[in-house]
Design a binder for this molecule. Structure first.
Ligand code: HEC
Length: 155
């Protein structure tokens, strides 16, 4: 082997070692490998209704009766987004609402002392209800290109 081949072999070895070490370095709290089964969107809509999520939420392309009692400001779910609403984001938004507040709203409107105003349902929401809700909501988002102002030459 000439010098260049040795260098290539050494480089390949170093890169593989990096990859292996990277694998070992992953955090125990990493979501890698996490996947719940797929839910049913129609059942999810029913769940949304009987859990009274529509007391605080409107859903793009769907309509729900007004719920009596304290409600607005309504936080809209679904509608145009510039990047895919992932499954992980939706699951997290439901079971850990304070982790990341809905970005489209002023913080003091949707939270109090850093805590989301959304109730935590974890004590009584089943996993089946959770995955059905996510399946229903995920269908309501539509990925669109971000708005862009075209400048018309020569203005
Ligand atoms: C008492 C009012 C209230 C109820 C009831 C409620 N939420 Fe929320 N929800 C909020 C508020 C306020 C936010 C915005 C702050 C945040 O992101 O946690 C929110 C945020 C969300 C988000 C994230 C939206 C985004 O754009 O990031 C999802 C998803 C969601 N709620 C789903 C649900 C589901 C499903 C239910 C029923 C099981 C429910 N919510 C019931 C108040 C409520």
């Amino acid at each position: 082997m000439n010098k260049t081949s040795y260098q290539i072999v050494a480089l390949t070895f170093a890169l593989s070692l990096l990859l292996v070490l990277d694998g070992c370095a992953r955090e125990p709290s990493s979501p890698a490998g996490f996947r719940l089964p797929d839910g049913n969107a129609n059942t999810g809509r029913e769940t949304f209704l009987y859990m009274h999520c529509h007391q605080c939420h409107t859903v793009s392309g769907d309509e729900f009766p007004i719920v009596a009692g304290e409600a607005p400001p309504y936080v809209q779910l679904g509608g145009p987004v510039t990047k895919v609403k992932t499954y992980g984001e939706l699951v997290t938004a439901i079971i850990n609402p304070s982790h990341k507040l809905a970005p489209a709203y002023a913080e003091d409107v949707v939270s109090e002392d850093g805590e989301s105003k959304m109730p935590v349902y974890n004590e009584f929401m089943t996993v089946q209800e959770l995955i059905d809700l996510v399946a229903y909501l995920q269908n309501r988002y539509e990925v669109v290109a971000p708005p862009y102002d075209y400048r018309i030459y020569p203005y």
